[in-house]
Write a new protein. Structure first.
Length: 332
């Protein structure tokens, strides 16, 4: 068990690494565009709860839940308990019904009734024994009861079993699998949590600008006759594959490549870390030009490092300014 926990922790990815994945970007874009506000599961009687929107993105339905769990673990998504589902211990089906049963013979063939008390004489019996046509009449004193909580009151519930004939106030619970027809108790059944998901606010704030800015940069470069990929992966001299927000080439088969990464910050300044990360990739890929678009601005250390590493920094307060500044820089 301890080994599995260590492995799970080792395999856990941070938000930025996960956000570089194209599948993640597709789902995040649906949150950012408002197409998905809260991702809630859909119930199917055969397979239980599932997430059709995510299944359409990942392709394989069995990968949908692990994919969402990975996004939650990495801090991209927040989750909230939506429901709990009972799983049959015999066939693992989620098509399980809940039954109230007789505590004496375990039969689910029981009837539930209300106990009624006549306030004036104190007589208590099943509600059905007070009914005479459309009237409520006390079987003991034969007085008509008209007003609830004045002439009479509901005193609780009472159950009777059609199988063994015994009566009781509290039934026991049991589970019935509609798939294999097996019965199971609370102790035997598995109970699984089902979640709804929302995009974490910190991810929304830092990703929304990139989400709308990257397509605008792509359109700018396409308009200049460049071949553009976004997001893109480039294999470096080491054989490692590096991801960039945008990669543009001058003509097919040309080695003249432009790489662009976008870095945003809600703290008012982008640190030098995106510069270092871009340089590590650029050093292996050796493009003709490398740009870092920083919104709203780079830190002083970031500017110095960008100049040292021959990375062209483009600083702007918003998307429109960033596109204009990049366009002007490309002309130089």
């Amino acid at each position: 068990m301890w080994f599995e926990k260590i492995m799970q922790k080792a395999e856990k990815k941070d938000a930025q690494e996960v956000l570089n994945d194209r599948t993640t970007q597709i789902l995040v874009s649906k949150f950012l565009s408002g197409e998905i506000k809260t991702l809630e599961p859909t119930y199917d009687s055969q397979i239980g709860y599932h997430y059709p929107e995510v299944e359409a993105i990942v392709g394989d339905p069995s990968l949908a839940e692990p994919f969402l769990e990975g996004l939650y673990d990495s801090g991209v998504l927040e989750r909230k308990l939506f429901d709990k589902i009972i799983i049959c211990p015999k066939c693992d089906s989620a098509n399980v019904s809940f039954r109230y049963c007789c505590p004496f013979c375990k039969s689910f063939e029981i009837e539930k009734s209300s106990l009624v008390e006549h306030v004036k004489c104190g007589y208590m019996d099943l509600e059905s024994n007070f009914c005479q046509g459309n009237k409520y009449v006390c079987p003991k004193c034969h007085e008509e009861m008209r007003i609830l909580d004045v002439d009479y009151r509901k005193a609780g519930v009472w159950c009777s079993c059609k199988s063994c004939g015994k009566s009781f106030d509290i039934p026991i619970s049991a589970n019935f699998c509609r798939n294999c027809h097996a019965n199971s108790t609370f102790e035997e059944a598995s109970i699984e949590d089902v979640y709804s998901y929302t995009l974490k606010d910190t991810i929304r704030n830092t990703s929304s600008m990139s989400f709308f800015l990257v397509p605008a940069i792509r359109d700018l470069l396409v308009g200049q006759g460049l071949k553009v990929e976004s997001p893109a992966f480039v294999v470096g001299k080491s054989g490692a594959k590096h991801s960039f927000d945008v990669v543009a080439q001058k003509g097919s088969g040309s080695r003249k490549t432009i790489v662009i990464d976008v870095a945003t910050s809600t703290d008012g300044v982008v640190s030098e870390q995106p510069v270092i990360a871009l340089f590590a990739k650029v050093f292996d890929v050796t493009p003709e030009k490398a740009f870092l678009v920083a919104i709203p601005r780079l830190s002083e250390n970031g500017r110095k490092m960008a100049e040292l590493y021959s990375i062209r920094a483009v600083e702007a307060e918003n998307q429109d300014e960033a596109v204009k500044a990049l366009k002007a820089t490309l002309k130089k």
